[in-house]
Design a protein around this ligand. Structure first.
Ligand SMILES: [Fe+2]
Length: 265
């Protein structure tokens, strides 16, 4: 504990786009290193960076192979550049998998070269305009013996007759872990998804926020301050949740430890 009574955090960030030149995130190693250095200053000590794997755009297994190889090569070069610095978090590679349906995720769920830090956890997004409840994707991943982490549920547009909190609760009951973007808690997506801030706080209050992560896209997009999000949580009496969602659970995932049944809330 610090003198102020706040626990020192060594945060783990499981969602970002900091492999240079492979997606809509950073474009150069210098940009990636600047972002990593900034995260380190905010007490992030481990980053699993997650380039987009846009399955609907990849028409064959060969196309998936080539995309993953592209990620690995660019990540390798970044990791080498990071070795020269002592003010950066440790970095590992994952993917943010766009899988709108079970058939899409079935194409990669068996692959040992897909997963957060090479482990059993898959970070999956369904697409911003939801076409249904997407429970089929959750079941497909769970039935393959892996675990799904659903990226930023607070940013999706739900069908008009769907209550977002009810849909999220069903995902969690099916075994999914839900990842909220730190920027949602501090209003950074008000223009692109006006509902995201309110939904993120509803998720916090309803016990639906398992993981907080940056979804950092480099210097051209704002809204990626884990320290600001942590302070916002502390201001609302949610220090314990901040520790669980920014340190403990993402730490287990980065180490490929089983998160298992719900931790006490
Ligand atoms: Fe992302």
């Amino acid at each position: 504990m610090t003198d102020s009574g706040q626990t020192q955090l060594s945060m783990v960030d499981l969602h970002s786009h900091l492999v240079p030149g492979v997606d809509d995130g950073t474009t150069t190693a210098a940009e990636s290193i600047a972002a990593l250095s900034d995260l380190y200053r905010q007490e992030v000590r481990t980053v699993v960076t997650t380039p987009h794997l846009l399955l609907p755009n990849l028409g064959s297994d060969g196309a998936i192979d080539r995309e993953l190889e592209l990620h690995r090569r660019a990540f390798h070069d970044l990791a080498l550049a990071c070795l020269e610095r002592n003010d950066l978090p440790s970095v590992a590679l994952g993917q943010e998998i766009w899988a709108p349906d079970a058939a899409a995720v079935r194409r990669v769920v068996w692959r040992p070269d897909v997963g957060l830090a090479g482990g059993r956890y898959l970070l999956v997004e369904f697409g911003f305009e939801l076409q249904g409840n997407h429970n089929d994707v959750v079941r497909e991943v769970q039935e393959a013996g892996r675990q799904i982490v659903i990226a930023h549920p607070e940013r999706y547009h739900y069908l008009p007759d769907h209550n977002p909190i009810d849909v999220m609760r069903t995902w969690q009951e099916l075994g999914a872990l839900l990842q909220v973007n730190v920027g949602s808690l501090t209003g950074h997506y008000r223009r692109s998804s006006p509902q995201s801030e309110g939904l993120a706080w509803q998720m916090i209050d309803a016990g639906l926020a398992d993981i907080l992560a940056t979804d950092h896209h480099g210097p051209r997009r704002e809204g990626v301050s884990p320290a600001e999000a942590r302070n916002a949580l502390i201001a609302r009496g949610q220090l314990a949740l901040a520790e669980r969602a920014m340190v403990e659970i993402p730490g287990m995932i980065a180490r490929n430890d089983p998160v298992g049944s719900r931790l006490p809330r």
